[in-house]
Ligand binder design. Structure first.
Ligand SMILES: [Zn+2]
Length: 512
C-alpha cells in the first residue's frame, strides 16, 4: 500500500524515538513551568521531548519509543536548569584580564587602561583575538552557559561561539565613526565585515553600534535600518556612563522637542554641549534606533522616563553589576525600579577586561544583594533572578520563542542544560525556596556538567555513562523500515524546527 507523505500529519504523529537520554535530578527548574521534585528531562535529537516527574516520564516515554529503542538515564544529585544565558560579553577580551584586575579613579581612567593594553595586543605578531575568544567560549561552557550575546570587535574573534557549538549572537561592533567618514568609508567597511562573517557560516550575526559617545548621529540612524533589512538584531552599550544621564526636568519628547526637530544634531555630545539635557536613551529613541529587536547593556543611568521608553519600545536590559564597579560607572543600576516597573531584564558578565569571571551566576548573586540593598522586598526575587539568567536572556536575544527556543525546558525546546552542585532540599516548600536562594546567591562555580543541543559538552564527573534502562545502548543491525520511519520523523521535525534564519547574504554595495 502506498500512502502519500503528509508532513503536517507526520508532525502531529511523530515517529517512535530510537535513542533517548533521561537526565534526572531531585530538583528541576524548567522556568516555563513550576519546579519539579524528583524530575527528569527526556532528550532526543538535540531537543527536549518531555519534562516531568521521573516516575511519570518513564511511563510516558514507553508510548514514544520504537521497538528496540535505547533509553539511558543519567542521574544528577543536584539541580538541573536551562543552560545559562550571558546577555552581554566580549569573548575576545579574555586576553585582557589584566585590565579587569586594575583599579581606576573613573570611567575614563578605565578606558585609558583598556586602550593601552588593546593597542599593545593589536601590535602582536600573531593576533591574540581568535585564541582568546575561543578560550572565553570554553569558560562559558564550563560555567553552564549555553548561549551569549558576544560582541566582536576584530574579525578573528567572530567564530568564538560557534567554536564551542554555543547558541546566541555574534554582534559585529561599530565604533569611532563621525558622520562624514561613516558615509565615505564606514558603511562599505561594515558591509564587507558582515559579508566576511556570513561566509564563515556563523549561525547568527547581529550589529552592535557601540555607544552614543563613540558614534555620531548618522551611524545611529543607518545601523538599525541595515540590521533590520538583514534580519539581524542590535545590541548597544547605553546609559553606562555618567555623561549619558539626562538632566532632571528636560525630557526630549516629540512634543517638547522644537529644539530637537529644528536642528540636525551631529551627535549626542553636540546636543549636550548646546545645553539640552536629554539622556542618551532619549536621544537614540528620537533617532528611531530602539525597538523590540534591540537590547542594551548596562542601563545604569536610566531614569524613570528612560525606563518607560525602554518598556514602551520593548528593549531589554542586560545588567552587568560587577563590570559597573570595575569601570566606575558612578552608580549601580536601578535594579529595584527595573523590577518593580517590569522592564525586560537579562544578565551579562561583560568581558574579563571589566569582570573577574565569565560566570554569570557571580553577577546574579550581586544583583540579589543590590536589589535587597535598594529596598526590593518582595518574595519573588530569586524566581525573577532565575528568569533573568535564562528566559530573560533568551528574550533579549529574540530566541525565547519558536522551534530553536532556548532558556527554558519544555517539549520541543533546544536541549541546553546546566547541572549545578547546589545542596538540594525538597522536603518542604520552604526547603525548595531555600534551595533556589542558594542557587542565586552561591551558585557561581558549581556547574558540574553542560548539555548543548542534547550533547554532553562538559562533564566534571557528574553524569558518567549513565544506566541503560532499555536496549543495549549500541547500534543495531540495519533495519530499512526503521530508517524510513526515521526519515519521516526527521521530516516532521523539520516542520517544527525550520532552519535557523540563514546567515543573510550580504552583498557589497556602493557607498554612494
Ligand atoms: Zn561591554
Amino acid at each position: 500500500m502506498t500512502t502519500t507523505y503528509d508532513p503536517l500529519h507526520a508532525a502531529a504523529h511523530p515517529e517512535p524515538l530510537e535513542d533517548v537520554t533521561l537526565y534526572s535530578a531531585p530538583l528541576i527548574i524548567p522556568v516555563t513551568g513550576p519546579v519539579i521534585v524528583d524530575g527528569a528531562v527526556a532528550v532526543a535529537d538535540g531537543r527536549v521531548m518531555h519534562v516531568g516527574s521521573r516516575r511519570w516520564l518513564r511511563r510516558a516515554l514507553d508510548q514514544d519509543l520504537a521497538a528496540g529503542a535505547t533509553v539511558r538515564e543519567r542521574h544528577w544529585r543536584g539541580l538541573i536548569m536551562p543552560g545559562l544565558i550571558n546577555a552581554h560579553t566580549h569573548l575576545q577580551y579574555t586576553a585582557m584580564a589584566a585590565v579587569g584586575r586594575g583599579s581606576y579613579a573613573d570611567f575614563h581612567g578605565w578606558e585609558r587602561g583598556f586602550d593601552e593594553v588593546y593597542e599593545r595586543l593589536q601590535q602582536s605578531d600573531v593576533s591574540p583575538w581568535r585564541h582568546a575568544a575561543e578560550e572565553g567560549a570554553a569558560m562559558l561552557v564550563e560555567s553552564g552557559t549555553t548561549a551569549a550575546a558576544d560582541i566582536v570587535t576584530d574579525p578573528e574573534a567572530a567564530g568564538a561561539l560557534a567554536s564551542q557549538g554555543l547558541h546566541g549572537i555574534a554582534y559585529w561592533e561599530v565604533m569611532n565613526w563621525g558622520n562624514a567618514q561613516w558615509r565615505a568609508e564606514g558603511i562599505g567597511y561594515l558591509v564587507s565585515q558582515l559579508g566576511r562573517m556570513s561566509r564563515q557560516g556563523l549561525p547568527r550575526i547581529g550589529i552592535s553600534p557601540h555607544a552614543p559617545y563613540t558614534l555620531e548621529t548618522e551611524p545611529f540612524v543607518d545601523l538599525p535600518d541595515i540590521a533590520r533589512q538583514l534580519d539581524m538584531r542590535l545590541h548597544i552599550h547605553l546609559a553606562e556612563t555618567p555623561m549619558e544621564a539626562g538632566g532632571g526636568e528636560s525630557t526630549l519628547t516629540t512634543y517638547s522637542a522644537a529644539g530637537w526637530r529644528d536642528h540636525e544634531w551631529d551627535s549626542y555630545s553636540q546636543l549636550k554641549q548646546a545645553g539640552k539635557q536629554a539622556s542618551a536613551i532619549q536621544f537614540l529613541d528620537q533617532l528611531g534606533s530602539l525597538g523590540p529587536d534591540v537590547h542594551i547593556a548596562h542601563g545604569v543611568w536610566a531614569d524613570a522616563e528612560d525606563r518607560r521608553i525602554l518598556r514602551q519600545r520593548g528593549v531589554g536590559v542586560a545588567l552587568c553589576p560587577r563590570s559597573n564597579r570595575i569601570t566606575v560607572t558612578g552608580r549601580d543600576a536601578p535594579i529595584r525600579e527595573y523590577l518593580e516597573e517590569g522592564n525586560l531584564l537579562a544578565v551579562g558578565t561583560d568581558s574579563l577586561s571589566s569582570s573577574p569571571s565569565l560566570d554569570v551566576l557571580d553577577d546574579l548573586a550581586m544583583l540579589h544583594d543590590l536589589a535587597r540593598g535598594q529596598g526590593y522586598d518582595r518574595e519573588d526575587l530569586t524566581h525573577r533572578l532565575i528568569r533573568m539568567v535564562t528566559l530573560g536572556g533568551a528574550e533579549a536575544l529574540g530566541m525565547h520563542v519558536g522551534a530553536g527556543r532556548i532558556g527554558q525546558i519544555n517539549a520541543g525546546a533546544t536541549a541546553d542544560l546546566a547541572f549545578l552542585d547546589v545542596p538540594v532540599d525538597v522536603a518542604t516548600p520552604h526547603g525548595i525556596e531555600e534551595t533556589l536562594e542558594r542557587l542565586v546567591c552561591h551558585g557561581a562555580g558549581t556547574n558540574r556538567a553542560t548539555v548543548l543541543s542534547g550533547r554532553v559538552v562538559h562533564d566534571a564527573g557528574a553524569l558518567g555513562e549513565g544506566e541503560v534502562l532499555r536496549g543495549h545502548g549500541q547500534a543495531r543491525d540495519i533495519d530499512h523500515d526503521a530508517i524510513a520511519a526515521h526519515r519521516r520523523h526527521a521530516a516532521a521535525m523539520a516542520i517544527q524546527q525550520p532552519e535557523p534564519p540563514q546567515s543573510p547574504t550580504v552583498t557589497e554595495r556602493s557607498n554612494a
